[in-house]
Design a protein around this ligand. Structure first.
Ligand code: KIV
Length: 270
């Protein structure tokens, strides 16, 4: 079993983990109660993902979530955490156009949530925003491969970078991001061989979601890995629990107990 130390996880600690070959564990969380559980279990990194748009708000993409909503989720998570490194996703529309807007959005996230870093999707196209945010001393995590904020451009959630030209662009973007000063990159839904190549070439930690085993760490959306969501079943997803069934069984039992006057019993009333 992996030993969890009380030492606060920082960008420096994550880099040390990569250097000594220790894998980095990362999960999403969007609220205080879940973040407390994830932190207590010893996770290294919590991502306040814009997947909140799907799993918390019920939208069918990550595009609608707003900066204020991400700040609400981020600050709720940060209040629960003392050891894990907390990264907040910058939502769609806050960094793709004007790099000054990107910086002011990143500053709001850092000031109003207390998070440790922000994450942005994309490579060369958003380099000016990455540079400007980094120049303010804000740690940036990149995100390449399947970038859900670009779903309308891709038109599908199939595996990315299977063609040589897209794979070459991804490799070149990963190097650009590293040279700019990002402390880590997420690679989503790409061939395992490509994930391994990028993790081998880059010095910074590469966190995969559907990018194979040979990267420096793994991330999953917590609602998916706990089996709270059922409709989403990509090959890379391992379900570690079936909370959907457990929650429904508990709720059904409660309903029945209420109807049958079984709840509350004598010791559950005043
Ligand atoms: O928003 C999110 O949950 C993410 C992960 C899929 C990496 O970006």
């Amino acid at each position: 079993m992996t030993k969890v130390t009380a030492r606060k996880v920082t960008t420096h600690v994550l880099q040390e983990m990569k250097n000594r070959g220790e894998k980095i564990s990362m999960l999403t969380a969007y609220d205080y109660s879940m973040a407390r559980l994830v932190e207590a279990a010893g996770i290294d990194v919590i991502l306040v993902g814009d997947s909140a748009s799907n799993v918390m708000a019920g939208h069918n993409s990550t595009l609608p979530i707003t900066l204020d909503q991400m700040i609400y989720h981020g600050s709720s998570v940060v209040r629960a955490v003392s050891r894990a490194f907390v990264v907040v996703d910058m939502p769609f529309g806050t960094y793709q156009g004007d790099s000054k807007n990107a910086l002011s959005s990143a500053i709001r996230i850092m000031k109003e949530t207390g998070a440790d870093a922000v994450k942005l999707e994309g490579g060369k196209e958003i380099l000016e925003s990455i540079d400007r945010i980094l120049s303010a001393g804000i740690p940036v995590m990149g995100h390449l491969g399947l970038t859900p904020q670009s779903i309308h451009k891709f038109g599908t959630y199939v595996v990315r970078a299977t063609e040589e030209s897209e794979a070459n662009k991804l490799i070149s973007d990963a190097h650009l991001i590293e040279q700019a000063g990002c402390f880590s990159v997420v690679l989503e839904k790409i061939p395992a061989k490509l994930g391994a190549k990028v993790a081998g070439e880059l010095k910074i930690p590469i966190i995969g979601i559907g990018a194979g085993r040979e990267v420096d760490g793994q991330v999953l959306v917590i609602h998916d890995m706990l089996g709270i969501t059922q409709e989403f079943s990509p090959r890379f997803l391992r379900r570690y629990s079936n909370l959907s069934e457990e929650i429904q069984n508990a709720v059904r039992t409660y309903i029945q107990d209420v109807k049958d006057l079984e709840f509350p019993n004598d010791s559950e009333q005043y």
